[in-house]
Design a protein around this ligand. Sequence first.
Ligand SMILES: Nc1nc2c(ncn2[C@@H]2O[C@H](COP(=O)(O)OP(=O)(O)OP(=O)(O)O)[C@@H](O)[C@H]2O)c(=O)[nH]1
Ligand SMILES: [Mg+2]
Length: 439
Amino acid sequence: MDSQTIVAPMTPAGVSAVAALRVSGVRVRDVVAALFGERAAKSLEPRRASLGNARDPQGGKLIDSLLYLFFEGPNSYTGEDVLELYPHGNPLIVRELLQVIRGLDGVRLAEPGEFTRRAFLNGKMDLAQAESVADVIHSANRAELENAHRLLGGALSKKVATLAEQVKDISARLELDVDFAEEEADPDYATWGKKIEAIRGSVAALLESFRGGSVRRLPLAVLYGAPNAGKSSLVNALLGEDRILVSDIPGTTRDFVEVRLFLPGGEVRLVDTAGIAARATDRLDALSMQKSREILEEADMKILVLDGAQACHPEPTPDFIVYSKSDLRASCSQQQTSLQVSSKTGEGLDDLRMAINGHLFKEVGNSEDFWITSEREKACLEDALAGIDRALDLIRKNPAVELLAFEMQLVRRALQSITGEISSEDILQSIFAGFCIGK
Ligand SMILES: Nc1nc2c(ncn2[C@@H]2O[C@H](COP(=O)(O)OP(=O)(O)OP(=O)(O)O)[C@@H](O)[C@H]2O)c(=O)[nH]1
Ligand SMILES: [Mg+2]
């Protein structure tokens, strides 16, 4: 175990009301003494916030007046003594605090994910839970966040532990048969085959649930249509601000413009494109239209904006149609995949928001459901599945019990490595290197 005490900011660099730093390790009390004085260190009470003047131990200059909080190991995030500091959110203050703290004996800057790594090494959480901490931080929508919380709560860990236990039972029985091979009649391969098949089903279902790359990627909705259809006006209306230039001159928007929209299901990228006309008027026009078509290829939702007066329906096929400028005409019938909207009066805007939300965000499943997001966990499950298939193959061929027992042991190890009961320095390195500093 690393005996060094570590320190890092928990909040991003930049100006904010409050910033936060975290210190973990055996020197936490010394850090308090250095910043706030011996008396403060002596009267330190776990889980009790104190207000103090943090001073540079060399020269006594005031760094900031701030709140700090102490957690006594093992009752802390990392399992070690932990100090959290909440100075004013000025990068200058954060830098000075960091400089003083890391300058103390036995203290160094934390590596990315090192607090969570220590939490894992000290048994505060298993590896599957530790990985889900990154998901909780980076979830891009409500569904991903709920899934991440289920993983952090141990949903996968519990499932995997149950499966590993079942494999262990089979292994134990097999080994018993190995020992008593001479006395026993033929082992009951058919029963084992059924049990192993059932485990195979569960492992395959977990593998099937894998959704990689969804974390962090915001879904993309693209507005397109003929010039002057009212696309840019619609983006402004959805945002509630005059963000994009609008005019009655066709071809006002040249480049596509991306904005962020917050919907109940999460954040989305909304893109306004240059109008697509039947024919380009010049080279610049052709280039603009080309750009519109390119971004449309990436879209998760293609929203065609049609001004009733215009007949032109540009390619590609839309997922949804918006009839714009509804204030200018009598309402007509609407279908499930279309809406009448006015950027001027606001008619239909809320319905459009909900339509985008419904298209881009899946309903959150019931509380038992979860999916796995880690490539590493997926690889472990693939190893387990391969072992199970070899075992089933052996059973079909009426095998030596020893071989079967050996395969089941491999399966168990593959399952155990998901929660980190079996892990290596390399594995930990690759997991935590992807974390934020301070987490
Ligand atoms: N009455 C009314 N006019 C609208 C509405 N939406 C847009 N307009 C007008 O339609 C014209 C074109 O609007 P834009 O939003 O620039 O249209 P666009 O589709 O972005 O056009 P391009 O960028 O040229 O492709 C402007 O004069 C807007 O004021 C609306 O809901 N009602
Ligand atoms: Mg425009």
